[in-house]
Design a protein around this ligand. Structure first.
Ligand SMILES: *Cc1c(COP(=O)(O)O)cnc(C)c1O
Length: 392
């Protein structure tokens, strides 16, 4: 693991961003070769990839299948919604950030009925609210939850939501884009009909496709339902099972890189191993930045091992763009915040980075502050009052 991280990185900065992220030299290297999409060798890699992903689900009964889909992660979200929600269905969207909002916007485009529980920027949706919403609106057929809402970094309570949805006899769809592969989403516990993730998140591949993991009976039922030719999950699944090929041109280099990334994921100890490294990354950067006076948006209980939001310091000497440029000059690309309540920035914990790298991130932040003349990184009082509203 550390070996990969220490391999020459061609002078590029570390991406402290939630995908695209820093990939290993080993993964990059696989892309130096061209592949025929029809060829048996490439078809074998597609099979290895689908099986490798299914092996991470905890499905012991063979109920699930994996369908890769060209495009960025949002294409797969759109494909999932259009293929698994019947045209006369109704979706309850649990929204607490940008990706929940995007799901609602997608349903609007798809002309599917939906209703939203909007928890604002970072409050978690709770099981009791879901139960109440379904009781109040029996037309609801599906509930969609974002596993880790990457815009704040909150790890949403999927188990609690899954239990509420199952108890109400409705169907669950999960956007596990930024969590799958590092946070357990065990099919024997989380009763989903379909979930999505993509190549450039916790498996540490490069961007270019997403994948839908769904119940085979739901895949069968999705036939003829999609609004879109290219995003029809059933059609892609049926074609792939019949021919071993993707329906339209696959991102061959990206697939080959992803298969290599999956092999490295297994070597690291799969979900548990990957999750442990990311959790350590988070712990080091959170403790280090707190020592400098920074505060996290979320209380510890809600912090994901994926990405963490920090409030910008109240000091008038602090300016985000300057901080960004100083961090970049030191080799780290950070991520702007997305909150409406306060100025913030985000530090991603995913990608080819370990605790040693995260210690250097903390050192770089300390230097950047001193170069800016900020001697206290504490946030404004108003930010802390806002945070106090969140359950411990
Ligand atoms: C990254 C991400 C997506 C997909 O974003 P794309 O830019 O389309 O790849 C969707 N949902 C979540 C939670 C994400 O983190």
């Amino acid at each position: 693991m550390t070996e990969n991280i220490e391999t020459p990185r061609l002078g590029e900065p570390f991406l402290l961003t939630p995908g695209p992220l820093t990939t290993s030299y080993r993964v990059k290297q696989t892309m130096l070769r061209d592949w025929g999409s029809w060829d048996g060798d490439f078809r074998a890699l597609t099979i290895e990839m689908r099986q490798g992903l299914l092996a991470l689900t905890g499905d012991t009964q063979g109920l699930l299948d994996c369908v890769p889909m060209q495009g960025s992660g949002s294409f797969s979200v759109e494909a999932m919604l259009g293929s698994f929600v019947p045209r006369d269905g109704k979706v309850l969207v649990l929204s607490n950030g940008a990706y929940g909002k995007r799901i609602a916007q997608t349903l609007e485009y798809l002309n599917r009925a939906y209703t939203v529980i909007d928890k604002g920027d970072y409050m978690p949706p709770r099981g009791a609210e879901v139960t109440a919403a379904i009781e109040a609106d029996p037309a609801i057929t599906h509930v969609v939850i974002v596993h880790c809402e990457t815009s704040s970094g909150i790890l949403n309570p999927v188990k609690e939501i899954s239990d509420a949805v199952a108890a109400s006899g409705r169907k669950l769809l999960v956007d596990s884009m930024s969590a799958f592969g590092a946070v357990e989403l065990d099919f024997s516990e989380i009763n989903y009909v379909a979930m999505v993730s993509s190549a450039n998140k916790c498996i540490e591949g490069v961007p270019g496709f997403g994948f839908i993991i769904a119940r085979k009976d739901e895949l069968e039922a999705a036939k003829g339902r999609s609004h879109s030719l290219s995003l029809d999950v059933h059609a892609q699944w049926a074609h792939m099972n019949k021919t071993g090929q993707w329906r339209f041109t696959p991102p061959t280099h990206v697939v080959v890189a992803f298969v290599e990334a999956l092999r490295a994921h297994v070597e690291e100890g799969a979900v548990a191993g990957r999750g442990a490294r990311y959790a350590k990354n988070r712990d080091v950067v959170v403790a280090g930045l707190r020592d400098l006076g920074f505060e996290t948006l979320l209380k510890d209980r809600w912090l994901s091992p994926i990405i963490v939001t920090f409030f910008c310091p109240a000091s008038p000497a602090f300016e985000f763009n300057r901080f960004y440029e100083l961090m970049k000059a030191k080799g780290f690309i950070i991520y702007p915040g997305k909150l409406t309540v306060a100025e913030s920035f985000r530090i991603g914990c995913i990608g080819q980075m370990d605790e040693h790298v995260m210690r250097k991130v903390v050192e770089a932040a300390a230097e950047a502050l001193s170069e800016m003349g900020v001697n206290n990184a504490a946030p404004p009082e108003s930010a802390l009052i806002e945070r106090a509203k969140l359950a411990a």
